[in-house]
Write a protein that binds this ligand. Structure first.
Ligand code: ATP
Ligand code: MG
Length: 251
C-alpha cells in the first residue's frame, strides 16, 4: 500500500460508554476516493464511529487502519498514529467549530503554519485560494460572527482542506443550514468528490446520498444494518427498520 493512500479498514471495532455498548463489533472498509454516506437513527453510533477513526474517541476492542497507520484500543499508545491519521483525514462538524477570535483566513492558515510549519506567505496564498474556491473571496478578513452559517461551514471546509488531507470525515455538516446554503455546501462536497478525496459523510440528506455518493452504510444500535449502493439501500431496503427510518426522514 502506498504511503498516504487512504484505504480504511475497520475490524471488530467495539466502543462502550460506561455500560452502554455504542459500537458493537463493526467491520467496514472504505476504498480510496470513495464517497460514503453514513445514515441511521439518532444514537446509532455514527458520530462515535467518525470520532474513533479520527482518534477523538478511544475504543475498547478491534482495530482501525488508515493507510499505513493503525489505531488500537485504549487511550494510550496511539498518539503518533492519531497525528498521522489526522494529517490524512480532516474532520468537519455540524457546529463548524471555528476559532471565534480569528478571521476566516486566520482560521484557515492556523494549522498549516503551526502544525505543518508552512511559511506564512505560502499558507496565506493557499488559504486565499481555498476560500476563493468556496466562494468566500470577499470574506477573507471577516470574523466568524459576521458570517452566515453556510459561510462558516465553508470556512470550516477550507480550513480542513488547507492541511491537504486525502479525505474528509463530515458529521452532519449541512444540518444547521437553510436549504439554499445547504445546497451550496453539498455542491462543494460534490466538487471534492470530483477531486478524488475520500469522503465519509454522516448525513440526513437522502437526496444527496442517492445522487452523489457511491455507497450508503446504515448504522443502527451500533451495528451495520445495511451496506450497498445508494439504489440498493435507499430504494430497496431489506430491513423493516430501515424502511421505517427512511419513511421518517424523507417526509
Ligand atoms: N461522550 C459520551 N458519553 C456518554 N455517552 C455518549 C457520549 N457520546 C455519545 N454517547 C452515546 O453513544 C450513543 C451513540 O451516540 P452518537 O453520537 O455516536 O450517535 P449518532 O448516531 O451520531 O446520533 P445523532 O444522529 O443523534 O447524531 C448514544 O447513545 C449517545 O448517548
Ligand atoms: Mg451524531
Amino acid at each position: 500500500m502506498a504511503i498516504g493512500e487512504l484505504h480504511v479498514r475497520i475490524s471488530g471495532l467495539t466502543k462502550r460508554f460506561g455500560e452502554r455498548l455504542v459500537l458493537d463489533d463493526i467491520s467496514l472498509e472504505f476504498r480510496p476516493g470513495e464517497t460514503v454516506a453514513l445514515l441511521g437513527p439518532s444514537g446509532g453510533g455514527k458520530s462515535t464511529l467518525l470520532r474513533c477513526i479520527n482518534g477523538l474517541n478511544s475504543f475498547d476492542a478491534g482495530e482501525i487502519q488508515v493507510g499505513p497507520h493503525v489505531l488500537r484500543p485504549g487511550k494510550n499508545g496511539n498518539r503518533a498514529a492519531v497525528a498521522s491519521v489526522r494529517r490524512l483525514f480532516g474532520m468537519i462538524f455540524q457546529d463548524f467549530q471555528l476559532f471565534p477570535h480569528l478571521s476566516a483566513l486566520q482560521n484557515v492558515i492556523e494549522a498549516p503554519t503551526r502544525v505543518l510549519r508552512l511559511h506564512r506567505n505560502i499558507a496565506v496564498e493557499r488559504g486565499v485560494r481555498l476560500l476563493t474556491g468556496v466562494g468566500l473571496a470577499r470574506h477573507l478578513h471577516s470574523m466568524p460572527q459576521q458570517l452566515s452559517g453556510g459561510q462558516k461551514q465553508r470556512v470550516a471546509i477550507a480550513r480542513a482542506l488547507a492541511m491537504e488531507p486525502r479525505g474528509l470525515l463530515c458529521d452532519e455538516i449541512t444540518s444547521a443550514l437553510d436549504p439554499e446554503l445547504k445546497s451550496e455546501v453539498l455542491n462543494d462536497l460534490q466538487e471534492l468528490k470530483g477531486q478524488g478525496l475520500t469522503l465519509i459523510l454522516v448525513t440526513h440528506e437522502i437526496g444527496f446520498a442517492r445522487r452523489a455518493t457511491d455507497r450508503v452504510v446504515v448504522l443502527c444500535d451500533g451495528r451495520i444494518l445495511e451496506d450497498g449502493s445508494p439504489a440498493e439501500v435507499l430504494d430497496n431496503p431489506r430491513s423493516e427498520r430501515l424502511r421505517a427510518f427512511l419513511q421518517r426522514v424523507m417526509v
